[in-house]
Write a protein that binds this ligand. Structure first.
Ligand code: ZN
Length: 297
């Protein structure tokens, strides 16, 4: 098949638009599609909602795309509050992936807690989930978030030490976090590359938005186009529209032998007229990186 270039499901799309979304993604030349389980009520009270699942299964089967999943946001695996139910959402998400033939499920690292007991709870949740994922043939991938040093997410992947528990390196997040907290983007890519199960490709201008840590509520309700205009924060613009050294990162990732998907996780609903061109550019750059390191895809 060659390299697999994917995009994420447009955040604003409605369930009834699924056939159209799948058609457009295919026509724009993408090979893969990632669905965030927070987009639709696929899980009800911890259990899979069977009508939703059947609908997605039927629609997905009509297109020759590779599918991947993304956990919903705002879960907290570092607290005992609602723990059983939150863990149930995690295992049900893994089950949805298995049902829909999704290869990977992304879960966010979020921010490291200064309290050891909370970190222990997080690690325990990941170990349990890795076992469940292995039983269902799904690879759970931990994503570095821009609010934290990537080293902590990487250390968790190493600590879980499980073939079905890998890292999802988000290159846009890595660029923002290394510029804000210190560290080096290229070093980060090199350190994470051997542990990759998935990859998020998106761009930004490398300016961290401190409001993200100080007041998440205000941050979330700031106009995204204002943030884009200011060039501030985790703006998820199309790959190669910003300053993240993506071509250099692709060289390292290609040379590491990475076999996974290059998932373009940008705010694609804002860039519909350009999505095909964006896909072609990413594919060209990945193929060039593969050629430079002697891999033929
Ligand atoms: Zn991401």
């Amino acid at each position: 098949m060659g390299v697999i270039i994917g995009m994420n499901f447009p955040a604003a799309a409605k369930a009834e638009q699924l056939p159209q979304v799948l058609q457009t993604v295919t026509e724009d030349g993408f090979d893969a599609l990632e669905l965030n389980f927070g987009t639709f009520p696929l899980i009800l009270g911890g259990e899979i909602q069977p009508d939703y699942l059947a609908y997605f299964k039927e629609q997905f089967s009509r297109f020759p795309l590779v599918y991947t999943g993304h956990m919903m946001y705002d879960l907290n695996f570092r607290t005992r509050e609602n723990r059983e139910r939150q863990l149930k959402i995690l295992t049900s998400s893994i089950d949805i992936c298995a049902e829909l033939g999704m290869r990977t499920l992304t879960i966010h690292y979020e921010q490291r807690s200064p309290r050891e007991e909370e970190e222990a709870l997080f690690l325990e949740s990941q170990q349990m989930a890795a076992e469940h994922a292995a039983n269902r043939g799904v690879v759970l991938c931990l994503e570095n978030i821009e609010v934290e040093r990537y080293e902590h997410a990487l250390a968790t992947v190493k600590a879980v030490d499980h073939p079905y528990y890998r890292m999802n390196l988000d290159l846009g997040h890595l660029y923002l976090s290394t510029r804000y907290f210190g560290g080096d983007f290229i070093t980060g890519v090199k350190e994470c590359a051997p542990y990759l199960g998935h990859l998020h490709v998106n761009d930004n201008l490398g300016r961290f938005e401190p409001m993200r840590l100080e007041d998440f509520f205000v941050y979330r309700h700031t106009s995204p186009t204002l943030r884009i205009a200011l060039g501030q924060g985790d703006i998820h613009i199309p790959p190669f529209w910003g300053k993240v050294p993506l071509a250099e990162a692709f060289d390292i990732i290609a040379a590491s032998g990475y076999q996974g998907i290059f998932l373009c996780e940008y705010d694609n609903g804002r860039y519909v007229p350009f999505n095909r061109k964006i896909q072609e550019r990413v594919r060209r750059e990945v193929n060039a990186a593969m050629t430079r390191c002697g891999r033929t895809m």
